[in-house]
Design a protein around this ligand. Structure first.
Ligand SMILES: *Cc1c(COP(=O)(O)O)cnc(C)c1O
Length: 409
């Protein structure tokens, strides 16, 4: 067995090739993906990633899973056995984690514009609400008064700084996320006067960051801000959620994130945080980093079409299943995900081909003029790094094709 390798992409080291076929969890991909298109997720990969994180990070750092990265119930259930908390972003995700029987005292709920029904569900479930506005606090207090339940709240802070090198910025400057840091002291004072339990702070500044330096700088600034705000806190801070933003390599020339400097930086920050907030658990909330590398999107070549000398592999899958791989989920310049022909993964007979889907739009592109094993109808296309923001972040209804299946192996 040899690992899957690409000329231009960071190696997808998690998956083996045997007799030309990619294997997941010791099983050939064509057997797992009996019905295409589908997403295949590797349980062992998720387990190994969490273990690698725990081995690298200083003891005492809690790891939370951000459910929105991949809400497949089996994936969430598996992650729940590995991590210290779940972060959700809707009442739908709350229903998901409740049905899984997960310990709701370790669930927190972020996201702007929480509706009254969602806040009521959060109150009923006893989860922590990361306040994104003063309105959310007002609604929770009213609902709490009506139901004789004490809301559990943390304050999501929009920091005055931005995280460098982030694929998606979600903090700093003007934002729909969180409460501007300068308005937080007054809010904390109000919280102290209300019938609510104060949990702590949530500061999330961005996603898909591959620069350890930028992440370290963000964590230093985040801790400094939290230490300042903790002086104004109405009760001991129990949870300091530093966000995450750990990225994974998708495109040519990107390299996996180096955890060692991040671990060293956190080890240096922890004593300062503990001195200021002795009761606080420090948590990282990660989605993509935990589940992204564990997923492969698989579709089948329907037709091999040559148009004026250019080869198109037309498949039964596409952007309606995997918007991110088509380049339309946060990319500025479209680049290819790591893609190969799953049943010819060790072939040296390569050609330049584009992988497209069945939609009537040129945006429906899974690989653009990529060096791939020469493929025939019936072959399987594998798109790696597809475990996060794949199916869940795709316009499944567009053109009314069937939705892709999902399997956790
Ligand atoms: C989306 C999101 C995450 C997860 O981000 P990843 O880049 O997938 O790790 C974590 N926290 C919050 C508040 C989010 O909105």
């Amino acid at each position: 067995m040899s690992p899957v390798n690409f000329a231009d992409h960071a190696p997808a080291t998690g998956f083996a090739v045997h007799d030309g076929m990619i294997h997941v969890g010791g099983r050939p991909l064509d057997e797992i993906a009996g019905q295409t298109p589908c997403y295949v997720y590797d349980r062992a990969s998720i387990t190994a990633t969490v273990q690698r994180l725990r081995d690298a990070l200083p003891r005492g750092i809690a790891i939370h899973y951000a459910v929105k990265a991949n809400p497949m119930p089996e994936v969430v259930a598996h992650c729940a056995t590995l991590v210290d908390g779940l972060d959700i972003a809707s009442a739908g995700e709350l229903a998901l984690v409740s049905q899984a029987g997960y310990d709701l005292s370790r669930v927190s709920f972020a996201g702007p514009g929480k509706r009254e029904t969602e806040l009521a569900a959060a109150l009923e479930a006893g989860i922590t609400v990361n306040l994104e506005s003063e309105r959310e606090l007002d609604v929770l207090c009213r609902l709490g008064g009506d139901s004789q339940k004490r809301p559990r709240v943390a304050v999501r802070v929009n920091p005055p700084f931005q995280l460098r090198s982030s694929g998606m910025r979600m903090g700093g400057g003007a934002q729909q996320f969180g409460i501007d840091a300068e308005a937080v002291p007054a809010l904390l004072q109000r919280i102290g006067s209300l019938e609510v339990d104060f949990e702590g702070f949530h500061i999330f500044t961005g996603s898909q960051n591959l620069s350890a330096d930028a992440i370290c700088e963000g964590q230093r600034e985040t801790c400094r801000l939290a230490i300042d705000l903790a002086r104004e806190a109405p009760a001991p801070v129990r949870l300091l959620n530093l966000g995450g933003g750990f990225g994974i390599p998708y495109f040519p020339s990107e390299q996996p994130l180096d955890l060692a400097p991040i671990a060293a930086n956190l080890a240096a920050l922890l004593p300062r945080v503990s001195a200021a907030m002795p009761d606080a658990t420090v948590a990282l909330e990660l989605g993509r980093f935990l589940v992204g590398p564990a997923g492969i999107y698989v579709c089948r070549v329907i037709e091999r079409k040559v148009s004026r000398g250019k080869v198109f592999l037309v498949t039964d899958g596409g952007m309606h299943h995997h918007l991110a791989a088509s380049g339309n989920f946060g990319q500025v310049l479209r680049k290819n995900y790591p893609v190969t022909i799953a049943n010819r993964a060790d072939s040296t007979d390569l050609e330049t081909a584009s992988v497209v889907g069945p939609l009537c739009t040129p945006l429906d592109l899974l690989a653009d003029s990529m060096r791939l094993p020469r493929a025939q109808p019936g072959d399987l296309v594998a798109v790696f790094q597809s475990g996060a923001y794949g199916r869940t972040a795709s316009p499944l209804g567009f053109l009314s094709h069937p939705a892709p299946g999902e399997v956790l192996v």
